[in-house]
Design a binder for this molecule. Structure first.
Ligand code: BTN
Length: 266
């Protein structure tokens, strides 16, 4: 047993999230595995945690570096909130929850880089990959895949990631008990998911926006066809980034269109 499963289960009794928790030593991708579980009947609130992923999936078709013994590679099945047919709200809930959990664990403040990255000291510590799925019973399920770097040292990352990635341990100099991090994140997820149900999407979006540092920055957004340079003026609740370009024209980019966002200083 890699994780102290009892410790995690005991902390999450009688909750919306974590009623069913699946622990895996290794898997291709927890998101892919979760799709299969949903086909077999798994429902909202189930959590899938792996110690290692051989084909961890990132956004934009990239791979996600997921070595054993160091990080958190987890998928959570969440029922979509309200009638919406996109994963937006659930996505905001997940990112916000990880940010709040990280801010509880470490003295440096983490920030959200639109649309889905969490940064610490300007480097990426966490990514979220939300995928919509439907089962026979449920039309509106979201698989929220969370990848958080916890105990990696700089040497643990491949050379191409050393400049852009970080971990809780690199920043603080101390090792973390992964179970404690998992419990913190799942409790935070429970709190914000309930808030989203009770208070609505707009409430959660505004909380998310307070932690998002992209607005006001000069950015280059790269889509598969072209790139846009401009000042990030706003993010709309549906996830679109509003940019003002050099000709003072307004452009809107959806998270689905982009393949990369590069912030730079003018
Ligand atoms: C990103 O590119 O920023 C998103 C990365 C998401 C990685 C997580 S790790 C757990 C889950 N399973 C996967 O295959 N991907 C997500």
């Amino acid at each position: 047993m890699v994780f102290n499963e009892e410790m995690i289960r005991d902390s999450l009794r009688e909750r919306l999230i974590g009623g069913d928790i699946f622990f895996l030593e290794t898997v291709d991708s927890t998101n892919t595995y979760t799709q299969e579980l949903i086909r077999k009947g798994a429902g909202g609130g189930s959590v899938i945690i792996a110690d290692h992923q051989s084909k961890g999936k990132g956004r934009f078709g990239r791979s996600w570096f997921s070595p054993a013994g160091t990080g958190l590679w987890m998928s959570v099945i969440l029922k979509g909130i309200g009638n919406e047919t996109s994963a937006n709200t659930v996505n905001y809930v997940c990112i916000l929850s990880v940010v709040e959990a990280i801010n509880d664990l470490i003295s440096i403040k983490s920030e959200i880089k639109w649309p889905n990255d969490i940064l610490l000291n300007k480097k990426k510590i966490c990514g979220v990959l939300s995928e919509m799925v439907s089962s026979e019973n449920e039309k509106n399920l979201v698989i929220a895949g969370i990848g958080l770097n916890i105990n990696q040292t700089l040497d643990d990352f491949p050379a191409e990631l050393r400049e852009i990635a970080t971990s809780l341990r690199i920043i603080s100099g101390s090792e973390y008990v992964r179970e404690e991090v998992i419990i913190k994140i799942l409790k935070s997820l429970e709190k914000n998911y309930r808030l989203a149900i009770d208070e609505g999407t707009d409430f959660i979006f505004k909380k998310w926006l307070k932690q998002c540092t992209t607005v006001g920055k000069k950015v280059r957004v790269v889509t598969s066809e072209r790139h846009f340079d401009g000042i990030a003026e706003a993010v709309k609740p549906d996830g679109r980034l509003v940019l003002r370009d050099e000709k003072n024209e307004i452009k809107e980019v959806t998270p689905i269109d982009i393949i990369q966002i590069i912030e730079y200083i003018s």
